[in-house]
Design a protein around this ligand. Structure first.
Ligand code: GDP
Length: 612
């Protein structure tokens, strides 16, 4: 059969830019560009793409057709246009009028600490936090909620625990420009390093004031002058040298200079004259979100304006709910939170996305409706992506990717990524995307927070995908199904290892996988405190055999909460070497005390899987 030749119809194309949703079908696309579905299908056919009128098209196909007929288009994700309407319904706050802002009260600055790995960000944040804990306050224990506030003289400062530069930028990309001041940490004995410069780029892009903390001043090789001249070259000229950048010389280890740093931060904040109203419905950003067994979805949010109160109908992306409780950075329940305050929010119906903005809706009904509409569009968007990936030629599993690359066509690696929290999920997918090459594309069939379930395996089987788990594990049903369906599940706890494996697979050098064979599984029924022995988990062995001294991990809802070795194993009052399925036993928890009933204890062995 001859391929029919395509001849463009003469009808004029629409004027101006036409908005087209990604994954549109020929039937959607044609009429929007004054053509018929048949025109689109015929054109694609002459270009070697066989599609039906109702099949989702890839971005390239849509663009190809638009170029052919001379139409100007803008591709948007499904729901993007609708989002504008939803924001109107929610009465989302617009940019603030400067005149009004100047009448608002001063608010605390929001500070992000960045710098090269190991230069002391974590210790510095801990030091600032603990220096500020009033003596005797619950033994200095504060809750890690992803952000905290300290007071310095008359001023309050808000610090965000940023997991990394990528997360900082991911938040900015989503419009959550939460940071007012960046503290750039540089180790005095190490000087400016690659990630210092990366941090500097991120901070510059955010257009916020930067203060440099030269850390590790207690170290022998400390050379603050060198750090200053290295950074002066890049525009951060110290005040002492006639420039405008403040430098603080500190030691996160001894605490020296921290007061000075805090004072300087307060000073910068004063100059910046940061203001926000505490009146009206709250709006702000989600800093971190995860699923907690006892408490359900938990989100740490930063209130940017207005006052957030218990009982408010909150919407963030497709998550929503009436705020059930607010918990501050000291672990206390509070009723309200004002501008620049970080709080944990309980009561949402699902795990929010970190970096998303949140608002309080005029009423609960609107909140629910908006979230539902967004959920719908998210689903359409992800289905569309799968469909267009499929339309673009299938896609392969990890073990087949090299073959596909070698065959010369553009290879697509289909992945399902599951992680413990949204922050790590984002970090993993963002880093994975950077591995894409011209000849290898990645397609995320599903990205989600939580353990690997039977559903995930089912989806992997139907979409020819490999499952990557980060700090999570498959449950038994998922494992069994993966065996029968021959779905590969690879589990990681270190992001570099994960990236290295994927990169190697693309080079045809996939390293042998160490399969962790689960040897026994016990469910925690009750925790006992035994004098001298500490905590003992009373368990029922559900499958396999639990052996003393075997490697073990504790799982809560599929997420790894601890790894180590079994210290002691008892049947009734006696020590036992092993306990088989169907029996009860007591398992000593060594230094890990945080088990709850319902948690799973899994013992495993590592075996190398030969490459076939
Ligand atoms: P991060 O990767 O930037 O978060 O760095 P960490 O806070 O984890 O610090 C890395 C290492 O440097 C840890 O072993 C810290 O104990 C150590 N460290 C951090 N600050 C100081 C400091 O001021 N002096 C000294 N001597 N060691 C420090």
């Amino acid at each position: 059969m001859d391929v029919p030749s395509y001849s463009a119809s003469d009808a004029p194309v629409p004027e101006g830019t036409v908005v087209i949703e990604r994954a549109s079908t020929a039937q959607d696309l044609g009429p929007k560009l004054s053509r018929t579905a048949a025109d689109v299908v015929r054109f694609l056919l002459t270009n070697g793409e066989m599609v039906t009128g109702t099949q989702s098209l890839s971005d390239e196909m849509i663009e190809m057709f638009a170029t052919e007929i001379g139409a100007e288009i803008r591709l948007v994700d499904p729901g993007e246009e609708q989002e504008v309407e939803l924001r109107k319904i929610l009465d989302f706050p617009d940019e603030d009028d400067e005149e009004i802002v100047s009448s608002w009260p001063i608010r605390p600055p929001v500070i992000t600490v960045m710098g090269h790995v190991d230069h002391g960000k974590t210790l510095l944040l801990d030091r600032i936090r603990s220096a500020n804990v009033v003596d005797g306050e619950a033994g200095g224990i504060t809750q890690h909620i992803g952000a905290y506030q300290v007071t310095k003289g008359d001023s309050t400062l808000t610090f965000i625990d940023t997991p990394g530069h990528a997360a900082f930028t991911a938040m900015r990309a989503r419009g959550a420009d939460a940071t007012d001041i960046v503290v750039l940490v540089v180790a005095a004995d190490d000087g400016v390093m690659p990630q210092t410069l990366e941090a500097l780029d991120h901070a510059k892009a955010a257009e916020v004031p930067i203060i440099v903390a030269i850390n590790k001043m207690d170290r022998e090789g400390a050379d603050p002058e060198k750090v200053m001249s290295q950074l002066a070259e890049r525009g951060l000229v110290p005040e002492a040298w006639g420039g405008e950048t403040l430098y603080a010389q500190v030691s996160a280890m001894t605490g020296d200079g921290i007061e000075d740093l805090l004072e300087n931060l307060a000073l910068i904040a004063e100059v910046e004259d940061l203001r926000a109203t505490s009146e009206g419905r709250a709006a702000g950003a989600v800093l971190e979100a995860h699923l907690d067994t006892g408490r359900g979805p938990v989100a740490t949010v930063l209130v940017e304006r207005g006052t957030l109160s218990v009982g408010d109908p909150l919407v963030s992306g497709a998550a929503w709910g009436r705020v059930r409780a607010l918990i501050n950075d000291k672990g206390e329940n509070v009723k309200v939170a004002g501008p620049s305050t970080p709080v944990q929010v309980l009561g949402l119906n699902e795990v929010a996305e970190s970096g998303d903005s949140f608002v309080i809706a005029p009423n609960e009904k609107t909140a629910g409706k908006v979230a539902e509409t967004r959920e719908h569009w998210h689903r359409v968007a992800s289905l569309g992506r799968d469909a267009s990936a499929a339309a673009a030629g299938g896609g392969a599993k990890l073990e087949d990717i090299f073959q596909q690359i070698q065959s010369g066509e553009t290879a697509t690696l289909n992945l399902i990524v599951k992680a413990d929290v949204n922050g790590s999920l984002e970090a993993v997918t963002d880093s994975l995307k950077k591995l894409e090459r011209d000849d290898v594309k990645l397609s995320f069939v599903l990205r989600g927070v939580g353990g690997i379930s039977e559903n995930d395996v089912q989806l992997a089987a139907t979409s020819n995908a490999t499952i990557l788990g980060f700090n999570v594990r498959p449950d038994r049903q998922a494992r069994e199904l993966a065996d029968t369906e021959q779905v590969e599940i690879r589990n990681y706890e270190i992001i570099y290892k994960l990236l290295e494996d994927i990169e190697n697979a693309m080079l045809g050098m996939l390293s042998p996988e160490y399969e962790e064979v689960v040897t026994g599984e016990a469910e925690v029924r009750e925790i006992f405190r035994v004098p001298r022995l500490g905590a003992i988990a009373g368990c029922m062995v559900r499958s396999g055999v639990i052996t003393r001294n075997s490697k073990v991990r504790f799982l809560r809802e599929g997420t790894i909460i601890w790894k180590g070795e079994i210290q002691s194993l008892r049947r009734f009052k006696d020590d036992a070497n092993e306990v088989a399925a169907g029996f009860e036993c007591g398992i000593g928890l060594s230094d890990f005390q945080d088990l709850k009933d319902g948690d799973l204890i899994e013992t495993y062995e590592e075996r190398e899987i030969p490459i076939t």
